[in-house]
Design a protein around this ligand. Structure first.
Ligand SMILES: *[C@@H]1O[C@H](CO)[C@@H](O)[C@H](O)[C@H]1NC(C)=O
Ligand SMILES: CC(=O)N[C@H]1CO[C@H](CO)[C@@H](O)[C@@H]1O
Length: 726
């Protein structure tokens, strides 16, 4: 009987190993933390001898203890998922459901159209029946350049798709495929390979030239009616709705060079008017849900960012193994893939790899009832995304989807679709609240996922060996910090709103999952405690205020134990997740920098918004960087360059610790056993900051720290020394 059930399952769930080590570590760590807190609480010095600083340390350590407990929720029993695609193929054969693929882009200058269409081509070329795929591009920039690029892609697809399928190549993004210096083209005809490569390069060049000049050649404009939508009055913030079906998979007359049907390809720019709020990406996604409902209306929706190409042509089949599983499938609302990057440097200088999140935290959330929806690389069930509540009896209609259009021709369908993408369509409806993605928060995806979980559904996390999607990581410090500011701010806003997982999820999702959501919700709240910990003990060192037990006292043991275990276990997790040793070290530095800058800004802005002092804004992270910057990135050299306030914070903290270390060393006659722990802490911060000193003093390139920043931080430093530690 058991084997019978096993045979039928389309996916397997396995517990991750190493739990004994983990639980031993967690138990001893908990004991250590309690001892530290006990020591702090019972040894408060007299007023005037550093009482305030001591109480501050107590508060910070208390906070860290709470946060540590929260982060354990996802480490208790992480799981891995494995799929059986052969069983899926055997069982469903021609009966597979249709899939709508949504790609969102916002601006042709920070997200170059040639990059966008590589993503589009990669998702059109999935190893899946073409007539069951419809690809939609939402262009929030409303740009004719993006439309032009998509039109070029619709023509190139006729060559590219047969090529991919004939030789079964991977990855299926032409940009990624041709930039990989692979020996794998030995397998295929060299002539054909060069021919396709040349076609691709010519196309990219035409697109890049058009983007550069900002104009489309007149003779091209005659080739498709869609170009007529644009006139000189149209701007990205003020235009009518545009929907153009570039390839209509339903009509049999658009076929590729081998005579096979192509996936549908649709361009959409929803209406934009200055007087209407457009709700950023969530607004675009909701418009796509409606527009697609009259064109293909497939039951499964994949949502990817325009810079995340598909690196694995089997992802659709993997995801369907979850949805179509007889035993568990009916519970599952979405399948989330990890956010992986293709242009990380080997040692991950800006700590962008997200490895620990991808390999430890997400699988842990999965075990707690559902991983987060992170806004890209995610397969949804349409009905559930549109607000359906969980019910045992609900049976998904996997065959839904528009097969025959009856009497309507393509123009009528486009007109219908346009009427669904107007500004006023959502007025007085539940869109953005009960239906579709939620509005009103910069990380709309996370609350949308939370709301789905709270309606009773589960989600799964799928991380196949070969990454399913690869995106572009920020490649400068400023971009990295901006991205983290946005994430931390968004999640903190959720935490402080009615969508806080403890309130909104109370009684609906497990406590473990409520805590899991808070790991990210409270990122921003770590900023002040960290700022305190990297400054006050060091200042105490030069001012003669002891803040840790003497090294000879037994009370030093729990402090050292907690500190070392935290580092060693963190290292173990990072190495296991695939970081290099140097990468972990860089990760530690970025951990500190993110907390004292991005998270600090994130929390300040959240509070300001709560008090009504500022409005929500959304900055797109640029996906391009200039030549010198790119070179420094590849050589793993820190990029500062601008005199932003973040830089001032980073240099001030670095300088302060350096001065305190030197100051401490020069006080020979101080009681060393009292100050040794403080000295070590300060020393570690200094070692971690070595690249900052280099950028301040030694480097002369454009990415170094401008002298105005150094001067400003010297000023702040003096102020810091003036403040007495009481
Ligand atoms: C992306 O796919 C290629 C094969 O096409 C594979 O060699 C590579 O390892 C994949 N990348 C990641 C990060 O898994
Ligand atoms: C857009 C971008 O920055 N892409 C870069 C990613 O990294 C590779 C090398 O690591 C560069 O070649 C790309 O230009």
């Amino acid at each position: 009987m058991a084997t019978e059930t096993n045979r039928r399952r389309l996916f397997a769930t396995e517990k991750m190993g190493g739990r004994a080590v983990y639980r031993f570590q967690a138990a001893t760590m908990a004991a250590g933390i309690l001892l530290v807190l006990y020591y702090r609480a019972t040894r408060v010095p007299a007023a005037g001898e550093g009482r305030a600083a001591w109480v501050g340390m107590l508060a910070v350590e208390l906070w860290y203890a709470v946060y540590w407990v929260i982060t354990q929720s996802v480490r208790w029993c992480p799981i891995r998922r494995r799929t059986f695609k052969d069983r899926l193929a055997e069982r469903y054969k021609e009966q597979l459901p249709g899939v709508d693929i949504f790609v969102c882009t916002a601006d042709p200058h920070s997200e170059p159209p040639s990059l966008v269409i590589s993503t589009i081509l990669s998702v059109m070329a999935y190893n899946y029946p073409s007539e069951k795929i419809s690809v939609y591009l939402s262009d929030d920039g409303g740009s004719i350049l993006t439309f032009y690029a998509l039109w070029e892609a619709s023509i190139f697809a006729k060559k590219w798709l047969p090529f991919c399928k004939r030789y079964n190549i991977e990855p299926r993004s032409p940009a990624a495929y041709f930039s990989e210096s692979g020996g794998h083209h030995n397998l295929l005809s060299r002539k054909e390979w060069s021919f396709i490569k040349e076609l691709y390069e010519e196309m990219t060049e035409r697109i890049d030239t058009a983007v550069m000049s900002g104009k489309i050649p007149e003779e091209i404009k005659l080739k498709h009616k869609g170009f007529d939508e644009w006139n000189s009055e149209i701007t990205s913030k003020n235009h009518q709705p545009i929907v153009q079906i570039l390839i209509d998979g339903k009509s049999q007359n658009t076929v590729d060079d081998d005579g096979n049907v192509l996936p549908s390809l649709v361009y959409m720019a929803r209406e934009k008017r200055p007087q209407y709020h457009h709700n950023f990406k969530a607004g675009a996604m909701n418009a796509l849900i409606r527009v697609s409902s009259v064109i293909s209306d497939n039951p499964v929706i994949l949502n990817v960012d325009c810079d995340m190409y598909s690196n694995n042509s089997d992802s659709i089949r993997d995801a369907l193994c979850f949805f179509l599983d007889e035993e568990m499938g009916h519970n599952i609302a979405f399948v989330q893939y990890p956010q992986n990057y293709n242009n990380l440097t080997q040692n991950n200088i800006y700590g962008n790899s997200l490895n620990v999140i991808n390999y430890v935290e997400m699988p842990g959330l999965d075990s707690a009832g559902g991983c987060l929806y992170i806004g890209t690389g995610c397969f949804h069930r349409r009905e559930i995304l549109c607000g359906r509540k969980f019910s045992k009896d609900y049976k998904e209609d996997w065959n839904r989807g528009i097969k025959e259009r009856g009497q309507k021709n393509i123009n009528e369908i486009e007109q219908m679709a346009k009427s669904l993408a107007t500004c006023s369509h959502e007025l007085g409806t539940q869109w953005g609240d009960e239906i579709g993605l939620k509005y009103g928060c910069p990380v709309e995806d996370v609350i949308t996922g939370l709301a789905i979980h709270c309606r009773g559904w589960k989600s799964v996390y799928m991380s196949p060996q070969r990454a399913a999607f690869l995106g572009v990581a920020p490649s400068t410090l400023a971009q990295t910090l901006l991205q983290h500011k946005r994430w931390s701010e968004g999640n903190f806003t959720i935490f402080l709103s009615k969508y806080c997982s403890f309130l909104f999820g109370h009684g609906k999702i497990s406590l473990q999952l409520q805590m899991g959501y808070c790991i990210y919700g409270l990122w921003a709240a770590n900023s002040l405690p960290t700022l305190y910990y990297v400054m006050i003990p060091s200042l105490g060192l030069v001012k003669g205020t002891p803040l840790f037990p003497e090294i000879t006292s037994t009370w030093a043991t729990p402090f050292i134990y907690v500190f070392c275990t935290r580092i060693i276990y963190g290292l173990y997790e990072a190495l296991l997740s695939g970081d290099t040793l140097k990468g972990c070290w860089n990760g530690q530095r970025m951990w500190m920098i993110r907390r004292i800058t991005s998270y600090l800004y994130g929390s300040i802005d959240t509070i300001r918004k709560l008090l009504g002092l500022s409005k929500m804004s959304f900055e797109v992270t640029a996906k391009v960087s200039d030549g010198d910057e790119a070179k420094r990135y590849e050589q793993e050299i820190f990029e500062f360059g601008s005199s932003s306030p973040e830089c001032v914070i980073i240099t001030t903290v670095a300088l302060l610790n350096f001065v305190c270390l030197v100051g401490g060393l020069s006080l020979w006659n101080m009681p060393w056993n009292v100050f040794l722990l403080q000295f070590i802490l300060c020393g570690m911060i200094v070692i971690m900051n070595i690249p900052i000193y280099e950028a301040m003093l030694l480097r002369k390139d454009k990415g170094s720290i401008p002298s105005s920043v150094t001067l400003a931080s010297v000023g702040f430093l003096m102020l810091a020394f003036l403040v007495p530690i009481v």
